[in-house]
Design a protein around this ligand. Sequence first.
Ligand SMILES: [Zn+2]
Length: 826
Amino acid sequence: MDNLRSAIEILFQKQDPSVLLEAHCDFKSDVVKKDFFTEQYQATHHQFSGNQTEQLYSLLKENWMKEGSGKASVFNVLLTFGKQVLRVKDGAPICQYEHYLRWHEMTATVGEDMLTCSFLAYDDIKTRTKRNSFAWNTVLESDNTHLDALFRRGLSELHCHLNGSSINFDLNWLAIMNEPDYQKPEWFARGAGRRTRLYNYAVLAAFIRLYLFLNIEGIADRSQFAELFKRLWWGRDIMATLSMYIGTLQTEITSQLGLNAYQFSGGAIDYAIPSSLSVSDKQKTVERLLVGERRLLYECFKRIYEGKVDVVGLSEMLYLYLVIKLKVKDIIIQHNELKGFANFKSFDKSKERFVEHSRNKAFQELVAKLAIDSYRQDSHIDYYEFRIAPKPTASLMHAKLKQLSGFMNKDEKANCVFHFIKSPDKERCFEDNTLNGYYCRNFEGRLVYQQQSRALELLLRRGDDRIVGIDAANSEFGCRPEVFAEIYRRLQHLHRDTSLEFLKEMKWKDLGVTYHVGEDYYDVVDGLRAIEEAILFLNMKDGARLGHAVALGIDVFTYYKERKNTIIIPKQDLLDNCVWLLAKMDEYAIQDVNGIRNKLLFEVQRLMGEVYRYFSMEDYRAYYQSWLLRGDEPSLYRTAGRNTPAPTDSIEEPFLLNHFDKRIDVARGQKYARVLYREYHYNSEAKHRGHKSEEWKLPEELIAVMDKIQSEMRNEVAQRKIAIEVNPTSNLRICNIDTYDTHPVVKFRNYGLSVIDEYNDCPQISVSINTDDKGIFATSLEKEYTLMALALEKQKTTEGKPKFQPNNILNWLEGIRQEAEIQRFG
Ligand SMILES: [Zn+2]
């Protein structure tokens, strides 16, 4: 099956449109070139010899390409796959449970619709079904009846970002296909260069799509546009002549949009969505957007599988169209193997770009609207919290919420969490020595967050039941939890303005607190320290949640082994991490570590000298105490000296100091701790030196110590009753996790899953399963549960026996489902 998947990827995703264009006059010629295929295959399957790859090529040509009709075609390869993994249930496609992981891996790269449409076209021919419904679920579910029963008991989505939870790629594709001319500036606005070629191909795809549509509708004979395209297609150099007619294409599309296309409240969106939508399709407010594209693909596949030849060039055009579509998908949806948040971010930025720049009013606001609709119409989901970014003023935020409320239409399930967007210090804060002593770390960011939090405060005091929590997201590098410390304290202690008459009837609930942390880090220790900072500085207590917290469960030995025990990290962070490690070894009373202690102490001395020019420090404990103070407002320490008293609270500004933990109050009483905290923020030369990275080779013995600390921290999180929002697919894409069954969630909690003996070793942390950005990761909440279930079912013991029984996995998931319900902020 893995080979079949690779073959589909090579044929559709890796295929070069220019090769197809050269061959397009003669589809019978070898569009699947042997050299190309074997080269591509071996690039990702190094273990196969040339001979084996050739065998595979002949399997492709002789079997997979001849599936169904017996006539060789690339579309039969789709069918080979579809027939193995899909089936029809209640008129809609559904994935067979045992193949759900393969389905997920395949569709992560090529999407679902190409496979479902080809499968349904074939199945409908075979069963003589006349299909008029195309609005099946965006993300297919599996046919596992027990999971379905679990879903029907009600799911809670606790971690999703509104704008990444839409049908992001499909909407962008519709915008490109319906506005090929208008979207041109957007193609070249960011990252021009190689985009030129892709833009030209996208225009060609738009030509093909309209031409195929006119043929499927049976109106091509009367269309001047169809005549024109036929000439271009069979002409000499289509890519050179196409651009001259883009205006004609746009005019024809605009006229089709006004003719027979389905009119949404803001107007037509896609000319291929027919005005005569079936009643059931109309009710699916998200998937009805997909009906035009799906119907078009389905009708094309049907003609191909039936061997109809009424549209000359259909196969060639469809193949090229699909190949181009996947090339565009590559720049919008993340599925590549590169890990890390920076990679994710480059995709995250694209999630709305073509929709945002649409000239069509109906397109605007659709990303957010469809995200909300997708939860509203999902009968399994009975509670969700979507995240949006705060704005600088209360009235702007109010306007945004009002707009969203319009989409929610009194949806009781919807709740809003505002997430601040982390941003690192600007370079100049480190570079410019004239600023010495004035700007604390993250000075500019802090100003922005202050303003946003004041605006949010105003909004909350006036009462809005929808807002249930706060969060902070985005890359963790250069923006640590301490930046949000005062804001979190202030917002958690907020009370409603009870003098306002209309608020008297409304219920008041404290804000919930969550924070994205331990997702992307310099190394595991860095991630673990960030998690503890979030707990201590953001005052996380019973009911608070950590977003991701992968560092808390990732396998430490594998992590460092993969990096050959070497990390690259700014000196300041390395110093902090070494000191923190020493303190944790004390705190958890980790035994027999004298050797490693001395090595770390030596490193601390060295780094203190290099960064702070401070050789005669009391000992690392003073530095650790200064770290404990990082939740305090920095400006209170700007003039801290050996003889100045510790700052105290004032009634006007009651949230500037952190009193979460006794140790912090003790640290504040220590003059060296206060001086070192001042240096950390206001010694700009030290900041500059600390910002420089170094390569650091970890002492081997340290890794086992880290493993112990990580395990102790899991216990601590459980004891503090802090929950973890787990996002399996997102974590696999962004973090260093390769498979679902090795996801740390099982280390966090195995209650219901394993034999009783193993329960004691596991802290049984309260966890929830969520999607993060389902529109970008092509997933759904049901899918996340299903992927975890199947991956664990497939896990084997060393003797090759199943490690877990399906029923135990269901019990485990049921426990998580219930935990998520408890964790709700609203
Ligand atoms: Zn997130």
